[in-house]
Ligand binder design. Sequence first.
Ligand code: NDP
Length: 313
Amino acid sequence: MEITERTHCLILGSGPAGYTAAIYASRANLKPILYQGIQPGGQLTITTEVENYPGYADGIQGPEMMVDFEKQAKRMGADIRYGLATKVDFSSQPFKVEIDEEKWIEADAVIISTGASAKWLGLESEQRLNGFGVSACAVCDGFFFRGKEVAIVGAGDTAAEEALYLSKLCTTVHMIVRRDEMRASKVMQDRVMNTANIKIYWNSETDEVIGEKNVSAVRIKNNQTGEKQEIPVSGFFVAIGHQPNSEIFKDFLDMDEAGYIKTIPGTSKTNVEGVFASGDVQDKVYRQAVTAAGTGCMAALDAERYLSAKGIH
Ligand code: NDP
């Protein structure tokens, strides 16, 4: 392993958490290096309008907001680079991180903000209409379907929560469940079933999302009878889970069974002293841009305190 560089503070990921960590770390004079990962700007770059991030009174497009975050981090002096962390060695200090399978960087502190990725069904029509009625985030996009009919796929707590959220905005929520029962907690299931405008389709799978420019309907198939039916909808929400981007850390960091990095409650500290986690890679509950930014700030402050306690400036 040839070490090509050494830094005090290495930030991995470029969503709201990573950029906020970079802003704070730069202002604390830690001269952070941030690697953006394969999707600079993170999940917000695949959404359209963001209306719930405080400070943007008129709303803003997700990709534009992430350009603003990046500009702000650069203005503070963060060294922002395109590149993906491909391997890590947290077994001893300084920590070692491999970038793009070609070079290794040493860091005194590492902030992980690698996010999570929504799982998709894998249909061509789902991909083609993504952002044009297809969404993986009801809280982000539900507002655009006020007074309309929508469909949602999934039967876990996220799907239940999002179906309930949508039921307050939309006339009817058609919930497509692939088995004859839900995985969601009992209390969430009860809420869904007691909501008059949520209609559940059991044993049903999505055959196709229909629409030229925008979603106009969804065709579902009953996996017991083979019967197909078309439901006219304007929005199609996929809520079949998220995958935290934490695979490369699994030999070193404590995670839950789904791969979310565990942090000490109320902090961004992981089980390895000097390694911090922020944003969706450690949050399966809130998953909002503003909460990710908040934990990015926490990670930079925790890193700063850790480095000064060690006398590293
Ligand atoms: P889960 O993995 O719990 O559920 C995923 C759901 O999607 C399951 O019902 C699954 O069906 C379904 N699904 C998966 N793949 C497909 C597919 N290809 N086609 C159709 N359906 C599919 O993910 P969640 O995001 O719901 O939750 C993740 C974790 O976060 C859970 O532990 C949950 O409890 C937690 N959570 C907690 C919340 C809270 O406490 N407020 C809120 C949200 C999440 P099947 O059941 O058949 O496998």
